[in-house]
Design a protein around this ligand. Structure first.
Ligand SMILES: Nc1ncnc2c1ncn2[C@@H]1O[C@H](COP(=O)(O)OP(=O)(O)OP(=O)(O)O)[C@@H](O)[C@H]1O
Length: 617
């Protein structure tokens, strides 16, 4: 037994020697077990509680064999065993050691059980953790799934929104494109329409041009025919005249020869008789002196009479006649021919005006007539408006209606008179004052003469003439009514404007007036043309006008012409009708039908528009 123990201790000592002397010592002092095997030793190292280790003694120079084995530990083990063996308590030591070993074995077993329990617990905890993890994972997965679902839902919604937006944009684009296309179509349609209109206008213009050309050619042909006819007649007349002249010449030559024979006889007698010669020379001289004196005397006397009784040279037209006696002959003729009383007639002659303007002029005429009867001062008037609207005509009629004489002068005639102008103005007023009835002095184009005095281009003579007129019209007159007509009332001198009591505007005729004007001049120039003898001896001197036949020209056509002639003045309408007359005379059959009338009206309207365009440049 001791031997066994010793061999065991030896083995332990060897083992200790193998693992190190320091450890063997340490373990021996604190319960080192020589019986523990390598496995227990191996298991002990991680499980054993860490005991405070003594500082290990390092053998810096271990003794080794050539195989690398250090026997020192073995030696020390053997030494320790020997010491134990020698001790009397060796057996107890072994017993204690054995017990210690068993206790340790038990501790190890309990520790193993504990470890097992711990392991089981760890396993359970692990399971629990796994479960928890799985649960969490499941939750997370569920959460992710729901998030995914929400996200997908949102994505779907967004996609739908985007799709809707896209559709809306596309629809808008489509609508825009449709609108653009409609606009393009509309503009194309308009352009086409304009083109068509332009072409139509061009065609109409060309047509009008052709028609105008046709009328012109027709008129030319007509004129040529007439000229040819006239030429033939002229040739015949010329031949007749030549023959007559030849006969006359021969007659005169014979008479002259006879006369010269007589004169020659007389002269011979005078030259041969000295007394007769003296009487003849004296007689011829006295005759020449007498003729000269009479001629010059008559001229001086006539100048004097003219100055005293004659009409001033500034007057262009007057109801009084050039001399006081010149009216006698014409009055006798008018009485003889039955062409009425000067103030007779209920209407306002041939003047066509807007009813309100006409009424005002009639009232003025009546007031002027009453003014004359009551010896009250006359009222001066200003007529203004576009050219050719009947201002002169109305003034003439106003004078006629009010029973006054009238005299017409033009403002443009004053400037050329130069320094003579002042004298002429005074002469004019002196002459006007002599009228027993009172005189309406109508100054046409008044702005040419009575314009603002401080205008730089106004000559000194003109200014003096204006001052003379202002002087003569300074007071209200009982003999003279001053009626001024102008297209530019704003140009009148303020002093002239101050002398005006009544201002009347003559606008362009309206549609109703145009209708009446067309009718009036249709009557005057067409219906009454031909066969009308105006003067007492007119049938002796005037070539008779050809009569015009009117076919199918009713009020509707005249109304149509009145509509077309918007913007025409009275003068333009009168001229239009004169053109109609010329076109009729240019035609072969001298017939006015609706077509010809419309042709001329259209042509004149186009001409009017052209003139307006030119004026606008
Ligand atoms: N209201 C009208 N009624 C009838 N004929 C008219 C009228 N207006 C103009 N006329 C015609 O035009 C011609 C010119 O008219 P008138 O001389 O009266 O015009 P005005 O206004 O005095 O023109 P201007 O300012 O150019 O002198 C007349 O001879 C007449 O043929």
């Amino acid at each position: 037994m001791a031997k066994n123990c010793a061999s065991g201790v030896l083995a332990a000592a060897v083992a200790y020697a193998t693992f190190g002397v320091d450890r063997a010592y340490a373990d021996g002092s604190s319960g080192f077990s020589p019986f523990s095997n390598s496995s227990s030793a191996a298991s002990k190292s991680p499980q054993a509680a860490p005991e405070p280790a003594e500082p290990r003694v390092h053998n810096e120079n271990p003794r080794t064999t050539s195989a690398g084995f250090d026997p020192e530990a073995l030696e020390r083990g053997a030494k320790a065993l020997r010491e134990i063996n020698r001790s009397s308590y060796a057996k107890q030591v072994f017993e204690v050691m054995k017990k210690q070993e068993e206790t340790r074995q038990q501790e190890l077993a309990s520790k193993a059980a504990e470890f097992k329990a711990l392991k089981a617990q760890a396993e359970a905890e692990k399971q629990k953790v796994v479960y928890e993890e799985q649960k969490k994972l499941a939750q997370q997965q569920a959460q992710i799934k729901s998030q995914m679902a929400r996200y997908e839902d949102e994505l779907a919604r967004k996609r739908m929104q985007a799709e809707n937006e896209h559709h809306r944009t596309r629809n808008q684009e489509l609508v825009k494109m449709q609108e653009e296309s409609a606009m393009r179509q509309e503009s194309a349609r308009r352009a086409t329409e304009e083109q068509i209109q332009a072409q139509r206008r061009q065609t109409e213009r060309a047509k009008a041009e052709i028609e105008r050309e046709t009328i012109r050619v027709r008129a030319l042909a007509e004129a040529e025919g007439r000229a040819h006819e006239a030429k033939l007649a002229e040739d015949v007349n010329k031949r007749m005249l030549v023959e007559r002249a030849n006969a006359e010449r021969e007659k005169w030559v014979a008479a002259i020869n006879t006369t010269f024979d007589h004169i020659g006889g007389g002269l011979r007698a005078i030259l041969t008789d000295q007394n007769k010669l003296i009487v003849a020379v004296g007689g011829v001289t006295a005759l020449a002196a007498g003729v000269y004196t009479t001629r010059e005397g008559a001229r001086v006397i006539w100048g004097y009479v003219d100055r005293i009784l004659g009409q001033p040279s500034l007057i262009r037209e007057s109801s009084r006649g050039k001399y006081p006696w010149s009216g006698l002959f014409s009055r006798a003729i008018s009485t003889f021919s039955g062409s009425g009383n000067r103030t007779s007639g209920a209407g306002f002659g041939d003047v066509i005006l807007h009813p309100s303007l006409l009424k005002r002029i009639e009232q003025l005429a009546k007031a002027t007539a009453n003014t004359k009867t009551h010896q009250a001062p006359f009222r001066n008037m200003l007529f203004y408006g576009p050219p050719g609207t009947g201002k002169t005509m109305a003034a003439r009629e106003l004078a006629r209606k009010s029973g006054l004489d009238y005299a017409l002068m033009t403002g443009g005639d004053v400037a050329p008179l130069g320094s003579q102008a002042v004298t002429k103005i005074h002469q004019l007023f002196d002459w006007a004052k002599k009228s027993n009835r009172g005189l309406l002095l109508f100054i046409d184009e008044a702005d040419a003469f009575l314009c603002e005095r401080n205008k730089t281009y106004m000559s000194e003579a003109q200014r003096s003439a204006l001052n003379a007129l202002l002087f003569r019209t300074g007071d209200q007159s009982k003999d003279i009514v001053l009626a001024l007509a102008t297209n530019r009332p704003g140009d009148l001198d303020s002093a002239v404007a101050d002398r005006i009591d009544e201002v009347l505007e003559f606008p362009l005729p309206g549609e109703d007036e145009r209708f009446k004007l067309v009718k009036l001049y249709l009557n005057k120039y067409i219906a009454e043309a031909g066969g009308r003898k105006t003067g007492l001896f007119s049938h002796l001197f005037k070539k008779e006008q050809q009569k015009i036949e009117i076919k199918g020209l009713n009020d509707d056509i005249i109304k149509e012409a009145a509509e077309k002639t918007e913007g025409f003045s009275g003068r333009e309408i009168a001229k239009l009708m004169a053109s109609v007359q010329a076109a009729v005379y240019g035609s072969e059959d001298c017939v006015l039908d609706a077509n010809l009338f419309r042709e001329v009206v259209d042509y004149k309207v186009a001409e009017h528009q052209q003139r307006k365009k030119l004026a606008a440049y």
